[in-house]
Design a protein around this ligand. Structure first.
Ligand code: PGA
Length: 231
């Protein structure tokens, strides 16, 4: 079971305090994805640390971007790619996400590649089509790489307090796995009080937690729920 905290553009909790709090939770791989400015503090605290994004070139004239080699030099273990906020607000495409994922894996980073449909796409009955296009892009670039994990994050559930039901999550995860046989995390308003039922679904291999990862107690409670589901 894998629980990843996406701090987004927040400073997030105190890394040593968080590291001490989650250290004793057995059977759960805990990951934090802080903003770039907090990467070193998280690495130094002994947390398994991911960036929130990564470029495909080792270096170059790409203002505002950070390369896989630069992250590795800091002791960063992996990176998110394709988060819906990158796709929505920064124009990231399936092709770009696939390039980022491929380059990161090739450079030795682990990758969590995010996919998910919007409310409009779900309402139009296009969920599977959207997921297929997004997952196929990553699959064609990376294959079922052993350091690749996917995250299913329905856009309508991110930061909204609206969570997919366990049945909805299970259905989408099973579909994603049928396209690319890798672990799939659920993301979208995961909280201590809904984590256990989501994580209990057979095709849910962990969670990508946004808002609730900013609070040490909430994040630790989600990690403990994961440990209890599949000890
Ligand atoms: P949320 O964010 O838990 O705040 O909904 C999840 C994410 O965006 O990864």
């Amino acid at each position: 079971m894998l629980i990843a905290g996406n701090w987004k553009m927040f400073d997030g909790p105190d890394p040593p305090e968080l590291a001490a709090r989650v250290a004793g939770i057995a059977g759960v791989d805990v990951i934090v994805a802080p903003p770039y400015t907090r990467l070193v503090a998280c690495v130094e605290a002994g947390l398994t640390t991911y960036a929130q994004n990564v470029h495909w070139e080792p270096q170059g004239a790409y203002t505002g971007e950070v390369s896989p080699a630069m992250l590795r030099a800091l002791g960063v273990r992996g990176s998110l790619v394709g988060h819906s906020e990158r796709r929505q607000y920064f124009g990231e495409t399936d092709a770009g996400v696939a390039r980022r994922a491929h380059a990161a894996l090739a450079a030795g980073l682990d990758v969590i590649a995010c996919v998910g449909e919007t409310q409009e796409e779900r309402d139009a009955g296009d969920m599977e089509t959207v997921l297929r296009i997004q997952v196929d892009a990553v699959r064609d670039a990376c294959g079922p790489h052993d350091r690749l994990v996917l995250a299913y994050e329905p856009v309508w559930a991110i930061g909204t307090g609206r969570t997919a039901t366990p049945e909805m999550a299970e259905e989408a995860h099973a579909f994603v796995k049928s396209l690319l046989d890798r672990p799939v995390l659920y993301g979208g308003s995961v909280k201590p009080d809904n984590a256990a039922e989501l994580l209990a679904q057979p095709s849910v291999d962990g969670a990508l937690v946004g808002g609730a990862s900013l609070d040490v107690d909430s994040f630790a409670a989600i990690c403990e729920a994961a440990a209890a589901v599949r000890p």
